[in-house]
Design a protein around this ligand. Structure first.
Ligand SMILES: [Zn+2]
Length: 434
């Protein structure tokens, strides 16, 4: 097997999976599938067998599997929506995203943050709030999982050889920010990337599934994001709102998990005009692996990865290639897998079993004419360069009270690294020059 190429994943809903699907992210994928295969859905009566909701019995991701995938750094989300206008469902399920108010969405989001904080106190993850922590975590992971494990071999408080996954806290739709003035509070708790909306109308903008503008409160929020130094995620922002947000926001922008409309019709994908607009701002676009965003004609719940024309990992390369062709270089394409974003292998490329199969993209890209340096840019270099530009320096990020940080876990985890490895080596710098 070729050596793993370090990967940064731009979009994983790890805490939402845990809180809404009862998915203990510290278990292996095999353990999770075994457990979830026995769950029965209260609405449909379906078990974790094929067709069950949320990829039960078919999940692709967990913290141990991220290590197997060579993913040492990711963007991990808060995901919770307010949809007071939606008629209440006959049966409210914990898996439902829509809450009656932004106040409740806020509290649910805080629950998700609590999960990340607790994982951090146990050494499973480490929050990346600033460039310095990004550099430290990249130094840990740049040479692959085995080298990372050796750095943590005898680290106190961390099981031997189990290095923490670094994560940048992001928010998919800003409903959990109950008022623009609360953006500071989330920033103080580590939030560094946020999008305005998810699906439909939100308080701040129109999201996927129609078109609409940034709302007056949305403009206030964008102003706050600018003041704080938040990175704006433009995935899920409706076409009109997308360009309004771009025009009114002056900071770094990205699209955490977004494919191309030229290949798959529908407003969940970007038009070429949108791709070019992100490129013009120096942004990065993460290719997403949800099957219906990869190939045209996928019907959720009907089409399967075995259906004729169903996508494979080659389709992911098609979307990455489209971004690169529009840019004229490889600096703006990356991966934002969204694997386990409420689905499992019933809705992923047929040649993907777990998130570790993202490594297959390297060979597929090379077969398409991409050099090894290009592959490394797409796998991690482009996200690193953007985060390095967008994250604050440590001295500037400490404006908050560190409420979200449980018991100095970051400092502890940092101190645990055996620092024989290249202190001061600026791996990120080197990567970002590509
Ligand atoms: Zn999404």
């Amino acid at each position: 097997m070729p050596p793993l190429i370090p990967l940064i994943d731009g979009h994983l809903d790890l805490a939402w999976n845990a809180l809404s699907f009862d998915r203990d992210q510290t278990l292996t994928v095999a353990q999770l599938r075994e457990r979830e295969g026995r769950l029965v859905h209260s609405n449909s009566g379906q078990s974790g067998a094929p067709g069950a909701r949320g990829g039960w019995g078919r999940c692709t991701t967990s913290l141990p599997e991220l290590r197997n995938a060579g993913i040492g750094i990711c963007l991990a989300t808060i995901l919770s929506r307010a949809k007071p206008s939606a008629p209440p469902p006959a049966l409210q399920l914990r898996t439902d995203l829509d809450h009656a108010s932004q106040d409740i969405a806020f509290a649910v989001g805080r629950g998700q943050l609590s999960y990340y904080n607790l994982l951090e106190s146990r050494g499973w993850v480490r929050m990346i709030r600033d460039v310095e922590t990004l550099d430290e975590m990249w130094t840990v992971w740049a040479d692959g999982p085995e080298a990372a494990a050796s750095l943590y071999k005898d680290a106190p408080g961390i099981p031997s050889g189990r290095p923490p996954i670094g994560y940048v806290l992001s928010m998919e739709g800003s409903d959990p920010i109950p008022d623009p003035s609360y953006a500071q509070d989330w920033w103080d708790n580590g939030l560094r990337v946020a999008s305005l909306a998810h699906y439909g109308q939100s308080a701040y903008a129109f999201g996927t599934g129609g078109d609409g503008p940034v709302t007056p409160r949305g403009y206030e929020l964008i102003k706050e994001f600018d003041r704080l130094g938040m990175i704006l995620d433009l995935t899920h922002t409706a076409h009109t709102a997308f360009f309004q947000a771009l025009d009114s926001f002056s900071g770094e922008v990205l699209a955490s998990h977004n494919n191309c409309q030229a290949l798959v019709p529908g407003d969940r994908q970007y038009t070429d005009e949108q791709v070019k607009a992100i490129i013009a701002r120096g942004g990065v676009i993460g290719a997403v692996l949800d099957a219906w965003m990869l190939a045209p004609g996928w019907k959720i719940g009907t089409t399967t990865p075995q259906s004729p024309g169903a996508p494979t990992l080659k389709h992911v390369v098609d979307h990455i290639d489209r971004v690169c062709q529009l840019a004229g270089n490889v600096k703006h394409a990356a991966i934002g897998s969204d694997l386990d974003g409420g689905f499992g292998t019933e809705q992923t490329p047929g040649d993907l079993d777990t998130i570790a199969d993202l490594q297959k993209l390297a060979g597929l890209l090379e077969a398409r004419g991409y050099s090894q340096a290009d592959v490394r840019a797409i796998f991690h270099g482009n996200w690193l360069a953007l985060l390095r530009r967008g994250l604050p320096r440590r001295a500037d990020s400490a404006s908050g009270n560190d409420r979200g940080n449980t018991g100095g876990a970051s400092a502890g985890a940092n101190g645990m690294i055996r620092r024989s490895a290249q202190p001061g080596r600026s791996a990120v710098q080197a990567e970002s020059e590509r």
